[in-house]
Design a protein around this ligand. Structure first.
Ligand SMILES: [Zn+2]
Length: 231
């Protein structure tokens, strides 16, 4: 059995924030005078970005939920031994898993999504006018149920109206089927993006954060030809 890369597609477009988006920093970088709950930023430019791992994880978890691929303890799908499993093929497995060599590497690469030039300008203006560091700070209250005393906290968000560049690579491998399985599974990627649109990205989705829309998606082939990739 052998495995061979047939082609790779690029999927490009825009992720547009329809409501405030919050992808939290890990706290690994201490910000002086920062808010309680900072968002993740590029350390060199200080611009917010969407880590590829966050978007990939969201696409994966929504597809796992839809297709009943979650483990019985609620954990993410583990390598299941089926080399045709779309979750294992598209998203890959852990390095330690004993896997069939014909499974091959993960088909989907999700790059970090950076601000569009237009959004950089918009946020720069926002920073100069309002003194906000390319973000907004939302105050949220937890009310004590007995005393009604408010316990406010600050949540930093990317404001609604900001756009990021989407940049995905999807690879088609011939695992003895001429690449057909991976070609077919491209539909799962499309579906996963659609599910993200119907759900939310980042934290506090159930409280209205993180509604995103994908726009102008296109599928670009190795020879540069492109066609619309509508959700
Ligand atoms: Zn699997």
């Amino acid at each position: 059995m052998s495995i061979k890369l047939v082609k790779s597609y690029q999927i490009k477009g825009i992720i547009s924030c329809k409501t405030g988006l919050r992808i939290g920093g890990t706290g690994g970088i201490i910000q002086i005078g920062g808010v309680d709950n900072p968002i993740i930023r590029d350390p060199l430019t200080n611009y917010p970005y969407i880590p590829g791992s966050s978007l990939k994880g969201k696409i994966r978890s929504l597809l796992e939920l839809k297709y009943g691929k979650i483990e019985s303890d609620g954990k993410p799908h583990k390598y299941c031994g089926d080399s045709n499993c779309f979750v294992c093929r598209i998203f890959g497995t852990s390095a330690g898993d004993q896997k069939d060599v014909t499974l091959g590497p993960s088909r989907l690469i999700v790059r970090d999504c950076y601000l569009t030039e237009e959004s950089k300008e918009k946020l720069e203006k926002y920073r100069l006018e309002k003194g906000l560091p390319y973000s907004e700070v939302k105050f949220e209250n937890t009310l004590n149920r007995v005393t009604a005393e408010a316990n406010p906290r600050q949540m930093e968000r990317v404001p609604a109206g900001v756009n990021f560049e989407l940049d995905l690579v999807y690879r088609v491998f011939d695992t003895g089927d001429g690449g057909k399985t991976d070609e077919d599974n491209l539909e799962r990627v499309r579906e996963g993006l659609k599910l993200v649109q119907e759900d939310a990205l980042g934290s506090s989705g159930s409280r209205g954060y993180g509604k995103v829309e994908f726009a102008g998606l296109k599928l670009i082939q190795n020879d540069g030809t492109e066609k619309p990739f509508n959700l």
